[in-house]
Design a protein around this ligand. Structure first.
Ligand code: PAD
Ligand code: ZN
Ligand code: ZN
Length: 375
């Protein structure tokens, strides 16, 4: 009965860096052609959302609705939308898949040229917003915006998933889980018997661990400056965990000693360029691969001695774990339903939209892996 009408509901609005979110009344216009209006049911809080609030992502426009790790139910669709209908369960996609651009048609890429991952536009593809607050247009984040009761998405940013999927878990497939898991199984292509190290044991790093384990890695070393993260990491597949602060030598030297001269695969899941340099050096000089997963501040640079690469190392990176979003998200949900992997280990807190600032505080203090907000 809401189709074609403006929906009045609540959202958590971000007004600028270093300011708390506030719950506001918003108006959500009906979807235009090739758009989908979605009732968000559950959403995780990812560190990338906090990068906007900390100022590490510096070119965002406000007011904005953050959140990009959600799941919901289609309320209505605009003209010309195929294969998605009201009532469908969906996951919003922060990497679109138009299927037609140079990246989409290349099997080696999972980017889509229609992405909004910096410089941030914060609008739908037609360069307008469907959401207003106090009469002013509200910007979106990463083509998604999930800290809201309703959002409008471009059709190419929506994956239809299994009708039986529990939205309060599979929302993590919208970002953190898929990003980490895919970094191991798809971007690095971790092989059975190999040695791996994961730098940063938050939601993304722990998902890398899950991927390394599923891929059959023999040695999986977790690296974090917060030892409180070690118990969970071991539960999820780390064979050992180390804290760089416990050593005088650089951590890459410690890791090389632990792995017969260097690891096969390393993953940086923090967003710290100094750690990216260590992660590269921690790989074996002749055959190691290091994957950049963390999102570094806008002006930060990685320093690489060409000899580090010339001997045979590989440095890679991927957004969203290398998955082609619309094709692969439904498959990842199917794999979850088939119990190929668990998501419960990543969920440490459950809360509601009105307590969103507490959810961010838990992440900042290192007390949570993922807080799931029931919307
Ligand atoms: P998180 O903050 O939960 O985890 C980061 C972890 O790193 C924490 O456990 C910290 O204790 C640890 N840490 C911090 N500094 C160091 C250090 N110097 N050495 C070792 N450990 C350290 O974040 P998250 O897991 O939600 O996200 C991790 C990063 O990945 C973050 O930068 C986020 O923006 C990025 C990300 N990238 C993608 C993508 O598509 N590439 C997707 C989602 C998140
Ligand atoms: Zn994220
Ligand atoms: Zn595309």
């Amino acid at each position: 009965a809401t189709a074609g009408k403006v929906i009045k509901c609540k959202a958590a609005i971000a007004w600028g860096p270093k300011q708390p979110l506030t719950i506001e009344d918003i108006e959500v216009a009906p979807p235009k052609a090739h758009e989908v209006r979605v009732k968000i049911v559950a959403t995780g809080i990812c560190r990338s959302d906090d990068h906007v609030l900390s100022g590490a992502i510096s070119d965002m426009k406000f007011p904005a609705i953050l959140g990009h790790e959600g799941a919901g139910i289609v309320e209505s669709v605009g003209e010309g939308v195929k294969n998605i209908k009201p009532g469908d369960k969906v996951i919003p996609l922060f990497v679109p898949q138009c299927g037609e651009c140079r990246s989409c048609t290349n099997s080696r890429s999972n980017l889509c040229d229609k992405h909004d991952i910096g410089p941030y536009i914060g609008l739908l593809l037609d360069k307008t917003s469907r959401i207003t607050c106090k009469g002013k247009p509200v910007y979106n984040f990463l083509s998604t915006s999930t800290f809201t009761e309703y959002t409008v998405l471009d059709e190419i940013c929506v994956a239809k998933i299994d009708d039986n999927a529990p939205l309060d878990k599979v929302c993590l497939i919208g970002c953190g889980f898929s990003t980490g898991y895919g970094s191991a199984v798809k971007t690095a292509k971790v092989e059975p018997g190999s040695s791996c190290a994961v730098f940063g044991l938050g939601g993304v790093g722990l998902s890398v661990l899950i991927g390394c384990k599923v891929a059959g890695a023999a040695k999986i070393i977790g690296v974090d400056t917060n030892p409180d993260k070690f118990a969970k990491a071991k539960e999820l597949g780390a064979t050992e965990c180390i804290n760089p602060n416990d050593y005088k030598e650089p951590i890459h030297e410690v890791l090389a000693k632990m792995s017969n001269g260097g690891l096969d695969y390393t993953f940086e899941c923090i967003g710290n360029t100094k750690v990216m340099e260590s992660a590269l050096l921690a790989t074996h000089f002749g055959c190691g691969t290091s994957v950049i997963v963390g999102l570094a501040p806008a002006s930060a640079r990685v320093l690489v001695d060409p000899m580090e690469m010339l001997t045979g190392r590989t440095l890679k990176g991927a957004l969203f774990g290398g998955w082609k979003s619309r094709d692969d998200v439904p498959k990842l949900v199917a794999d979850f339903m088939a119990k190929k992997f668990e998501l419960d280990g990543l969920i440490t807190h459950r809360s509601t939209l009105d307590k969103i600032n507490e959810g961010f505080d838990l992440l900042r203090k290192g007390d949570s892996i993922r807080t799931i907000l029931q919307i």
